[in-house]
Design a protein around this ligand. Sequence first.
Ligand code: ADP
Ligand code: MG
Length: 456
Amino acid sequence: MIDYNVIWHEVCSDLSIKISSVLYSLWIEGLKPLCISNNALIIVAPSRNVRDTIYKSYTEQIRDALVSTKSPITDFDVIVADQIHLYDNASSEAELEPVVAEPVPSQFLSRYTFSNFIVGDSNKLAFHAAQTVAQKPGSVEGILSFNPLFIYGGVGLGKTHLLHSIGNYLETYSSHLKVSYLPTEKLTTEYFEALNNTSSSDKNAFKFRDFRDKYTNIDVLMLDDVQFLQKKTGLQEVVFHIFNDLYQAGKQIILTSDRPPCEIPTLADRLRSRFEGGLLADVGCPNLELRVAIIKKKLALQKLNIEDDVIFYLAEQFDNNIRELEGGLSKVMLFASLTGTNCPTIETAKAALKNSNPKPNGLDSTAIINAVCSYFNVSNADIISKKKTKDVVEARKIAIYLIYDILALPLVNIGQLFGGRDHATIIYSRDKTVSSIKENKDVARKVKDIRQMLST
Ligand code: ADP
Ligand code: MG
């Protein structure tokens, strides 16, 4: 018995790699498999327009995807809702030979692989560490311990992509290993649900029973976004015990966070020192070269090709978040496709990004931080760190003020740019600078000089 749902699921994961995410959600997402009839998969489209577009633009890609499922179903038909009754008896025809086992859906997105990850200066350490861990989970390389591997860096810079790459690699080459990918939010929900279902006298016992059992019986644990452990003392304790159980058994642990362990507020010392006990690898903002390479890779995966000037234009618009860069690319491709082409011009790109362009006057937070750093002759790392020397503190306050004043970014986002500082600290720095500018000519001049450097 062939399960058309499974076939369609495979087709969709194949298409999701080859088609941009905007086009995918526009045309493919609304399709539903109905049955198999005459060895063809019957798909229901939400409207005639979608059906016609599928026939016109996606026939070949869907057929290719069907062929690669290796089932005997190699063709398809698209119908609309009012034709469903024509297939009332079709389900029996789905009983075809050969019998295929129902594949267990993977926890890992198939498009997040090492080969789809572009390596540059800002992420090479994290990439190589992730590869090493995938090849030899739990091993120690001389004096270098990769356990735990702690990958940290800003939003949209590839941390989750690396975790899924490790997962996909292990599924292919070490399928005997039990691998668990766990977003911290999911663990949190499970924890509170379990806690609510436990009577108060059992709460202590619970900590060590349910969770330890569930998560210590595995070979590789990936905990994504551990910054969400902050302020959750009970959950931290549970994680501490899971960590120890796995670590002592030589199992591999991989963690990610938007900041290093020392900057996660309220993280218990003993957990922080565990997190820091292996390799800390950061992913930073990609430089222009890397952004261009990433766009080219995404285009190649979708068998698309656009002019270099459009690629550079796009790369210049998004410099600190690859997810936004991808979103920009999808928008541009969607705009182009609405005008009937796959080759957007610069004008199309500008029109597509008109409302999403994050940079007033072409300025962004990186440019402001860079200008302030070079004015005060301090390093970017210092300004983000907790360092309290006079120059660094002054530079940091002025940078925070300017980013707030020029870009009007939300305080939380500014906090993230400065190593995860909380919004009270950001407000304090901003207000302090506002009053210093009024009271102190020297500060006012410095701010003016920097504005001039940025010419705003
Ligand atoms: P994070 O978990 O750090 O917030 P993600 O891993 O979700 O970021 O990455 C956001 C998007 O950017 C994903 O679609 C991912 O494939 C893409 N991406 C990030 N870094 C790279 C890279 N170096 N090469 C290719 N794609 C990347
Ligand atoms: Mg992530």
